[in-house]
Design a protein around this ligand. Structure first.
Ligand code: AMP
Ligand code: GLY
Length: 429
């Protein structure tokens, strides 16, 4: 089987790497891929933009691709699945209608309300004065969110009313373009966040192992928000009892509500959850795709061939397909460019990746490109991932691999997994 993977991050490198472990997958083509997918055996990069649907069509219509897997949300929201399905290509990833669950926070809120899914109380605004009156009435802390896709930057958790007002004014002044012409303003929830990615064929929905990531740039979870500085799975916070509640209170109702709207959703439904101090799950957001960097810790633990699961979703056979997991824990440490998430330089030569992998770790590339050497090409550069019997061991292995890698300005947090890196926490969720 030939599989097309759309995207260029660590998530797509992990998807390609896992797909190629299946005896049935002969080749993976990444659009556009990165320095990691360029060097992966039986994997080839195709230098097209992820939203170049016509270019992708020209390639798939002559190359015998039997499955397309879509990584990022932007092409899903633009309807790449509908477009490729019309050509008879099986696609893993929801249609444009289904992708609204991530592409419009107001749409997702309405769906959650209709399905009685626990989430923060919220209101939707298209007028600045009404939004400001609302935050003045509600008080702080309060959360202001651009309705549309804003590359993870459209959310302000405001500690004061003034901060919320400022976020409202900036959004209506076009800070996020069209994505911010409508705002969702919601109650601030407290607790620990966890990502539950679930596979669905539109009828059956099955969670993958739960993961947690670290969004802040600084140690102790301080400083600016980033795309994620590291992750681990299976998150022990989600006990089997809690996962059963998430299945019954969040995942099943969501897929039923999508079906009620006539949406045949086949792909990943990713629930970003807040686990409240009382232990209740509440939805922060839904995403319509695999998480990044969560995927980089989930897939190394997966025992079932990935193509089997993705095809079961595409062909609506998920109810008959078992998902098997390896025991132990997976840890991922992100190596970033100096200055990230602010401005940073690109084009630095990276050395030591082979030495890092010789320790048994896997180095997924995020922002890299291949020239003569592997060069940095983004803010988050590498996702160094390792397994272990315990979280302690998995993180010791990941950091031992990190220490073999060099590039100018390299930065990583040394405390990834601090909540679980104690002998008393076991990874078996
Ligand atoms: P989102 O893009 O909706 O996931 O929001 C980004 C981040 O903002 C989340 O991962 C949370 O850390 C935070 N956040 C979003 N909504 C809320 C909320 N209602 N209460 C507290 N934190 C939130
Ligand atoms: N790790 C957060 C995301 O994929 O949205």
């Amino acid at each position: 089987m030939k599989v097309l993977v759309v995207g260029n991050g660590g998530r797509e490198h992990a998807l390609a790497w896992k797909l190629l472990q299946s005896p049935r997958v002969k080749q993976v083509i990444c659009v556009p891929g990165n320095g990691g997918t360029a060097t992966l055996e039986r994997c080839q990069n195709l230098p097209l933009q992820v939203n170049d649907f016509e270019g992708i069509r020209r390639f798939v219509s002559t190359s015998g691709v039997q499955l397309a897997v879509i990584g990022p949300e932007a092409p899903l929201a633009e309807g790449i699945t509908d477009y490729l399905q019309k050509l008879g290509i099986p696609v893993f990833g929801p249609t444009q209608a289904g992708a609204q669950i991530e592409a419009s926070k107001a749409w997702a809120k309405a769906l959650m309300e209709e399905a009685n899914i626990p989430t923060a109380k919220a209101a939707v605004f298209t007028q600045e004065a009404e939004a400001i009156a609302y935050v003045q009435a509600e008080g702080a802390p309060i959360v202001v969110k651009a309705d549309g896709l804003a590359a993870g930057k459209g959310v302000t958790v405001a500690a004061t009313v003034a901060e919320a007002e400022d976020a409202i004014r900036q959004a209506f002044r076009g800070q996020f373009g069209d994505a911010g012409s409508r705002l969702v303003i919601e109650e601030c929830m407290v607790g620990q966040e966890v990502s539950v990615l679930a596979l669905t064929d539109g009828l059956t929905i099955r969670p993958l192992v739960p993961a947690q990531d670290h969004k802040r740039i600084g140690e102790g979870d301080t400083g600016a928000n980033t795309g994620g500085m590291g992750a681990y799975a299976p998150a022990p916070l989600v006990t089997p009892e809690l996962m059963a509640r998430i299945q019954a209170e969040v995942l099943e109702p969501a897929i039923a509500a999508l079906r009620n709207r006539g949406i045949d959703y086949r792909g990943v439904l990713y629930a970003g959850l807040m686990i409240t101090p009382e232990g209740d799950p509440k939805v922060v957001e839904f995403n319509c795709r695999f998480g990044d960097p969560e995927t980089q810790v989930i897939l190394p633990l997966l025992d079932t061939p990935l193509d089997e699961l993705l095809l079961a979703c595409v062909n609506q056979r998920l109810a008959d397909t078992a998902i098997a997991w390896k025991s132990g824990a997976a840890a991922c440490v992100v190596m970033a460019a100096g200055g990230y998430p602010g401005s940073y330089e690109k084009g630095k030569v990276i050395s030591g990746i082979a030495d890092a992998e010789a320790t048994g770790a896997v180095v997924f590339h995020a922002g890299t490109r291949m020239q003569k050497d592997v060069l940095t090409n983004g803010g988050r550069v590498l996702n160094v991932t390792a397994l272990g019997d315990s979280f302690d061991e998995a993180f010791a292995n990941a950091y031992a691999a990190v220490d073999k890698i060099r590039f100018d300005g390299a930065y990583c947090r040394r405390d990834i997994g601090h909540r679980v890196r104690t002998a008393s926490v076991s990874p078996s969720a």
